[in-house]
Design a protein around this ligand. Structure first.
Ligand code: ACM
Length: 373
């Protein structure tokens, strides 16, 4: 997963990144296209999404660019899986279309902070129409079987305050406004399922998504087991093994990354996508594993490649190999580094880059503190 919402990356970079994935037999490029800080997916029915949400950090793709990327990736055995965040992480959409919010008269800017934003989509019919309209165009652009609709880090404070949302919860027979999250996800998930797609969502407990969703546990591997036991397919993405925005070491040369931890090459290598203790029925639910490159702390394309490799080499071996051979992996990586060098994948960042301070440094607490990572 590549976060192109927090930092826009041109398609030239995405094509090169796709080549690097294919080289490592990684067969999915999950594009995180929207978030509080940006909206990069063009939607003809809602042009302000990219006009407003494409700023301030960089821009947006055109439909032609994305379709060409899908074809380019397919020719290399890589499926591009789109992600449109809802109902949280949607502040860029709210900046473009305030009427989608819980206070339709309020004007919001695209967010210029990191962390979890309290502003979320409303739950009125117009919002569901919006989500369906966006997903229609997403499905036209991306033929992937799976479509990711986010779902995580959605504070319910605005719904609790809103009389409209409380009315909606009551009308739907829900116990309270908190239950609107599952209700909302069921609506968009059902919409995708009816059109032959499989909805994907981030899970924070293993039981917070409707059972029709393929669950992506990002906090703890055990949440994958919970979801699998409910009959959900699972893609393992526990942050301590697969979040590449954390520094790869605590060495002095390491550029600033997501605070709060280190995800070393060995940590990635030791990930067990199907933990041995899981019963066979649950184990059979694991479709695979994926790494995440969130981009709050990733100012440049070179920096992104530096963080991705060699940890994606470890992920590839972990994902595809039935057994572990850490000494052998390290030996083979010495030779493989020659290939990465020839492809100009940086193994170090120049000093000035390593100490580069992002132009929008966090104003609030670092995301790690708020996300419960
Ligand atoms: C996530 O880290 N927000 C899935």
């Amino acid at each position: 997963m590549l976060d192109v919402a927090r930092r826009f990356r041109p398609v030239s970079f995405l094509r090169r990144f796709t080549d690097l994935l294919a080289l490592h037999k990684l067969n999915v490029l999950h594009l995180h296209l929207t978030d509080d800080q940006g909206w990069r997916m063009p939607v003809a029915a809602y042009p302000k999404l990219t006009e407003v949400g494409g700023e301030p950090h960089g821009g947006a793709y055109t439909r032609q660019e994305l379709s060409a990327l899908v074809a380019y990736a397919a020719a290399r055995g890589v499926t591009v899986v789109p992600e449109i965040e809802m109902p949280g992480h949607a502040r860029a959409a709210l900046a473009a279309y305030p009427e989608l919010g819980n206070e339709p008269s309020r004007r919001l800017t695209v967010w210029d902070r990191w962390g979890v934003c309290e502003n979320v989509l409303g739950v009125h019919d117009q919002v569901l129409d919006f989500c369906r309209g966006v997903l229609d165009e997403v499905m036209e652009t991306f033929p992937s079987p799976h479509v990711h609709v986010g779902g995580e880090e959605c504070p319910t404070t605005e719904w609790e305050r809103s009389s409209d949302a409380r009315r909606r919860a009551a009308a739907e027979g829900l116990p309270g406004p908190e239950a609107l999250h599952g209700w909302f996800m069921a609506r968009v998930g059902g919409f995708l399922t009816e059109r032959g797609r499989r909805p994907l969502g981030w899970t924070e407990s293993g039981s917070d998504l409707p059972v029709g969703f393929t669950a992506v546990p990002w906090r703890a591997a055990e949440h994958g087991l919970t979801a699998a036991r409910r009959g959900q397919d699972v893609i393992m993405a526990p942050y301590r093994s697969t979040y590449l925005d954390y520094p790869q070491s605590d060495g002095p040369h390491e550029p600033p990354g997501q605070p709060g931890g280190v995800v070393s090459l060995r940590d990635v290598y030791d990930l067990e996508p199907v933990p041995a203790a899981w019963e066979p029925a649950a184990a059979a639910r694991v479709l695979g594993t994926q790494a995440q490159l969130w981009s709050e702390y990733v100012p440049t394309a070179a920096h992104a490649e530096y963080l991705a490799f060699p940890r994606l080499c470890a992920l590839a071996e972990t994902a595809w190999s039935p057994h572990r051979d850490w000494p052998g992996f390290q030996r083979r990586l010495i030779h493989h580094r020659t290939r990465l060098d020839a492809l100009r994948v940086p193994s170090r960042l120049p000093h000035d880059l390593a100490h580069h301070v992002p132009h929008h440094t966090p104003l609030g607490p670092p995301p790690g503190e708020e996300t419960g990572r």
